[in-house]
Write a protein that binds this ligand. Structure first.
Ligand code: NAD
Length: 497
């Protein structure tokens, strides 16, 4: 059985811990590897290496750091097929979707290539007579990233290209369910000329995460995952005096207005609810049918959900792959049981889906609920699978109230042909990312990604301009060069004259 190691100090690292976890190919249900699960000592070794590497790396001119990013970009492009296959083999999503997620990560590398421009400071000549003042942004030190299973390339790439380009060193603790992609990215960074110790991967579970958040040399933590763990990370990093951004779970709504182009809304919803088997933080798991559009919407959706092509991610015909693990598959199915018991109408039931030749794979078909009510668990909780709930709302105001009353605030969309509805919606929605006739409004790398409410604990969103702010601290320098005239001591608060 293959063992997936850590990557520390520019090379493969086994560490001392003897604990391992199992990695599966979700398409076949077979175990494909075991992954090392680091202990505190292993994490501390990686942090020490990263701390040493910081001295050199943080002093490199931003242009030199950018050049490593340019080279890394080329290498990702050259290795994109292999990286995509790694994602498919451990996550299960279909090949083209995995490829798309890699390019969304690559975008951040491209953005990070412009770091010399982003780190240009502000300068004011003569803030007072013969006094100049300027502000610069400096790196923090060792930064850590803790990432979820659902985007093994893209989510880590929201973090480390920005952190490294800003002059920090980085420890990535990827999901133990699909760790291989991070190791490949680490190897490519080394090949791109990144000095040893600047980027490290430590595989593990709670023990490794706790070691990172308790290590005094880790200056900042970026987390993406479920809300309970995001809250835990946020609270404990704050307690340990670390800078933290912790992105959590979601329950994204898609508001379907009676005046919308229904085909567009249905197609948008199909991709957004069932793409990547619903295992996306921007998946739309709730469709809010406004006014009289409910029956037409549910009928159109039902036909498409029934004919969804579910199969292995490497099969070109598959539109939806398996779920990530058997446990997760059982959890998602159990939510469908709950929905039925709660009294929602199960219009399409994908629980018993089987595929010949892949009987042990973690598959289920798409599920569609109608008449879901806001007090049901299937409405309130994140299912993170191919289950779409249709809620009926009498008008626009009721729809926006549903969106705003929900505990999560990651993404939301509205389908309408009416500019006023679209504009009012985007202004009033208490949500971080809003789409108007766009089903999955994931911002590009040069904007920033993040939700509101219990979908993000912390102040800064990820990548883009917010990424630069998160991974640097501001320093303002005020300077006067003596001109021969000596001044007397001043005992009052300095004001510029
Ligand atoms: P998860 O919270 O189970 O795991 C995320 C990370 O935390 C992993 O690296 C894991 O090893 C670690 N972890 C798990 N349990 C822990 C514990 N008790 N203590 C310390 N660390 C722990 O999430 P997941 O199942 O891997 O990913 C799915 C979740 O991630 C969903 O809730 C999804 O919405 C969310 N997500 C959010 C975004 C976003 O941008 N808001 C993006 C992607 C995924």
């Amino acid at each position: 059985m293959k063992t997936i190691q850590h990557f520390v100090g520019g090379k493969s690292f086994s560490g001392q811990s003897k604990r391992t976890g199992k990695v599966f190919n979700p398409a076949t249900g077979e175990q494909s590897a075991e992954v090392r699960l680091a202990n505190t000592k292993d994490v501390d070794t990686a942090v020490d290496d990263a701390k040493k590497a910081f001295e050199l790396w943080s002093n490199k001119p931003p242009l030199q750091r950018a050049r490593v990013m340019f080279k890394f970009k080329e290498l990702i492009e050259k290795n994109s097929k292999e990286l995509t296959e790694i994602i498919v083999s451990e996550h299960g999503k279909v090949f083209e979707d995995a490829k798309g997620s890699l390019s969304r990560g690559l975008e951040v590398v491209e953005y990070a290539c412009g770091i010399p421009e982003m780190l240009k400071g502000d300068f004011t000549e003569n803030v007072g007579t013969n006094v100049d003042s300027w502000s610069i942004r400096q790196p923090l030190g060792v930064c850590a990233g803790i990432t979820p299973f659902n985007f093994p390339a893209m989510v880590p790439m929201w973090m480390f290209p920005m952190a490294i380009a800003c002059g920090n060193t980085f420890i990535l603790k990827p999901s133990e369910k699909d760790p291989s992609c991070s190791i490949k990215l680490a190897e490519l960074l080394s090949e791109a000329g990144l000095p040893n110790g600047v980027f490290n991967v430590v595989n593990g579970d709670k023990e490794a995460v706790d070691a990172l958040i308790n290590n005094k040399d880790v200056a900042a933590v970026s987390f993406v995952g479920s809300t309970p763990i995001a809250k835990y990370i946020y609270e404990n990093c704050a307690k340990n005096e670390k800078r933290v951004q912790a992105l959590g779970g979601a329950k994204n709504h898609c508001v379907v207005m009676p005046d919308c182009d229904l085909d567009q809304a249905v197609n948008g919803l199909m991709g957004a609810a069932y793409g990547s088997a619903g295992e996306r933080c921007m998946a739309q798991s709730v469709a809010v049918a406004v006014g009289g559009i409910g029956d037409k919407l549910v009928n159109s959706l039902a036909k498409k959900v029934e004919s969804l092509k579910v199969g292995p991610g490497m099969d070109k015909d598959s539109e939806m792959g398996p779920l990530v693990t058997k446990d997760h598959l059982e959890k998602v199915k159990s939510y469908v049981d709950i929905g039925e018991k709660e009294g929602a109408k199960l219009v399409v039931d994908g629980r018993n889906f089987k595929i010949q030749g892949y009987e042990k794979g973690f598959y289920m078909g798409g599920c569609l609920f109608d008449y879901v009510k806001k007090d049901m668990r299937i409405y309130k909780e994140e299912i993170f699978g191919p289950v779409l709930s249709v809620v009926r709302a009498k008008d626009f105001d009721e729809a926006i109230k549903l969106v705003n009353d929900h505990e999560f605030g990651n993404g939301v969309s509205i389908f309408t042909r009416d500019g006023d509805s679209g504009r009012t919606f985007s202004s009033k929605a208490k949500i971080g990312m809003v789409g108007i006739n766009i089903p999955i409004p994931v911002p590009m790398a040069f904007h920033s990604f993040g939700g509101w409410k219990r979908s993000l604990f912390g102040d800064q969103h990820m990548h883009g301009p917010e990424g630069v702010r998160f991974y640097t601290k501001l320093k303002t320098i005020t300077s006067r060069w003596p001109s021969g005239l000596r001044s007397d001591p001043e005992f009052i608060m300095p004001t510029m004259k």
